[in-house]
Design a binder for this molecule. Structure first.
Ligand code: 13P
Length: 253
């Protein structure tokens, strides 16, 4: 059965001290995760070890990196390998966030290589996809997202694809306060699952968690997560406020 996941993406925010404070506040607030639920914190690289040490002991709680490089090791100044992440106990990496695609020119092909190196090293990619406003306005979101999935993921085997978490994040809803309606989210999540079903079969598609991202907050999480194909959220702004993120965890189905 696929997992229901509340994933925090801190992006390039907070200091070490503020990050630690936030995690302490989250721990102190009442929340619960059942067997099929996970909470994941994608924190900046310098805080990975601290966050893993603090949260690693809690059941179904994981720390994620926000990126990794596509090469095993070598002369790539400033980059971080999956082996490095693994050596400090990290099991998840966010890949292909629209901010990385836009500001760092990450292509579908480049992301395919990152997906491969993660899976080869037993790290779960949280693979982001999603369209810009102009694409949505042209009603081409299905074709756009299909191309992202095809070019970065469809070379994987059925066994491998079930180790990937998908995050659908419409760019027009990221940091804008404008959330996709639960109907819009359900529609495209069902479409994404249907693409996996067409490629890998329905049983495999049923095992893949598809998270929604884009202005998820305490006030809309329950409604979004109640949709049958929305398996949780990847949360930016609201994940920086303890009470908000805990409410989002508690909104998981
Ligand atoms: P916001 O929740 O701030 O809209 O960000 C979403 C996001 O990009 C998560 O990766």
């Amino acid at each position: 059965m696929r997992k229901q996941i509340a994933a925090a993406n801190w992006k390039m925010n907070l200091t070490l001290q503020k990050g630690e404070e936030l995690l302490n506040e989250i721990i102190a607030l009442p929340h619960s995760l059942n067997e099929d639920q996970q909470a994941i914190f994608a924190v900046p690289f310098p805080y990975l070890a601290m966050a893993h040490q603090k949260m690693g002991g809690y059941k179904n709680v994981f720390i994620a990196a926000q990126n990794c490089y596509n090469k095993k090791s070598g002369a790539y100044t400033g980059e971080t390998s999956v082996e490095m992440l693994q050596s400090i106990g990290i099991k998840f990496v966010v890949l292909g966030h629209s901010e990385r695609r836009e500001y760092f020119n990450e292509s579908n092909q480049f992301l395919a290589e990152k997906v491969n190196i993660c899976l080869e090293n037993s790290i779960t990619p949280i693979f982001c996809c999603g369209e810009a406003l102009s694409v949505r306005e042209a009603n081409s979101q299905n074709e756009f997202v299909t191309k992202q999935l095809e070019e970065s993921l469809f070379h994987l085997s059925a066994e491998q694809i079930q180790k990937v978490v998908i995050a659908y994040e419409p760019i027009w809803a990221i940091g804008t306060g404008k959330t996709a309606t639960s109907e819009q989210a359900q529609e495209i999540h069902a479409f994404i699952r249907s693409q996996f079903a067409a490629k890998y079969g329905a049983a495999v598609a049923e095992n893949i968690s598809v998270l929604y991202g884009g202005s998820v907050k305490a006030s809309n999480a329950k409604e979004l997560f109640s949709q049958p194909d929305v398996d949780g959220g990847l949360v930016g702004g609201a994940s920086l406020i303890a009470a908000e993120f805990v409410a989002i965890i508690n909104a998981l189905k």
